[in-house]
Design a protein around this ligand. Structure first.
Ligand code: NAD
Length: 270
């Protein structure tokens, strides 16, 4: 049975641990770690089969796979040690890989130590189609994100350009540019922009548009891909996670689905 350690006991970590605890995933939750002891304790209180709370080094040595659902800083702090120990690493904070040097270093370590890095689809849909399409040539990948004014408040792009997201009466295009530029302009979108770029044509070529919509009730992502295969558009309206309004519920579900895929005999989908 797959022995799992989870780093990060917040909204996503909780859902993953509950899924293992309820046997939705055929795996053993061996240990958890969070820099907040309170968050660890709160999570443990919800689980029937309580894992140990271990510092990262001990956690890594006891498991087959470490699931990071903490922060980009945590990926930088613990990711390399996981791979160097020959253990697999699942990364939810995909935004850590805006640093191409870090990704290269991780991939090299994974290849040298026969470990694997998994980046679940997170809060977007369409990665499966994009991966298939990428086997042939791709002409265009476009991510169109629409948010409520509230969801855009404080983003570096609106602050630097003195834009008041609350001043718009109808859906309006605020930004269009490369994923590389969008990541700096709207860091809240970073995980989605990075996973899409990694699955397709990179942050320089992937295009991003950000709309503000005063009538929007949910964060919407639309992925359009064009290439030798034809064209597809995929639209997702995300419901926030019950434990963290900044995180889409789908992100936790995508991690659970990836773990299920790793532990089940039947594999469906790319
Ligand atoms: N891939 C995606 O599409 C996607 C979508 C949503 C969230 N995320 C990312 O997943 C991560 C977790 O999201 P969440 O909603 O569960 O966050 P959260 O804030 O609810 O929980 C994060 C937990 O990790 C802990 N933590 C943070 N940094 C740590 C560190 N360096 N060492 C140990 N513990 C640390 C915090 O104390 C907290 O308990 C975030 O980085 C978020 O950006 C990715």
């Amino acid at each position: 049975m797959l022995n799992i350690g989870v780093i990060g006991c917040g909204a996503i970590g909780k859902e993953i641990c509950r899924a293992i605890d309820s046997k939705l995933i055929e795996a053993q939750l061996v240990a958890v770690y969070d820099r907040s002891r309170d968050n660890c304790e709160r999570l443990l209180g919800e689980l029937k089969n309580k894992p140990e709370v271990l510092p990262p080094g001990d956690l890594i040595s006891r498991v087959d796979m470490v699931v990071e659902c903490a922060s980009a800083a945590a990926v930088r702090e613990y990711g390399y040690a996981v791979l160097e120990s020959g253990k697999d690493l699942m990364v939810l904070s995909a935004g850590a890989f805006t640093d191409p040097g870090l990704l290269k270093k991780f991939v090299k370590a994974a290849a040298a130590h026969n470990s694997r890095i998994y980046i679940p689809s997170g809060a977007i849909a369409g990665i499966d189609g994009l991966k298939s399409a990428s086997v042939a040539s791709i002409d265009k990948v476009m991510l169109t994100t629409t948010k409520s004014p509230e969801g855009l408040k404080g983003a570096p792009y609106v602050v630097q350009n003195s834009i008041d997201p609350g001043s718009f009466r109808e859906k309006t295009l605020l930004f269009e540019g490369s994923a590389e530029k969008a990541i700096a302009a709207f860091p809240a979108n970073v995980n989605v922009a990075v996973s899409l770029s990694l699955a397709g044509i990179g942050t320089k070529e992937t295009r991003v548009r950000v709309f503000v919509d005063p009538h929007a009730e949910r964060n919407t992502h639309e992925v359009t891909v064009e290439g030798a295969f034809g064209k597809f558009t995929c639209r997702i309206e995300n419901v926030p996670s019950p434990d963290n309004p900044k995180t889409s519920f789908l992100a936790a579900l995508s991690a659970i689905a990836t773990l299920k895929k790793l532990t089940e005999p039947l594999q469906v989908g790319t």
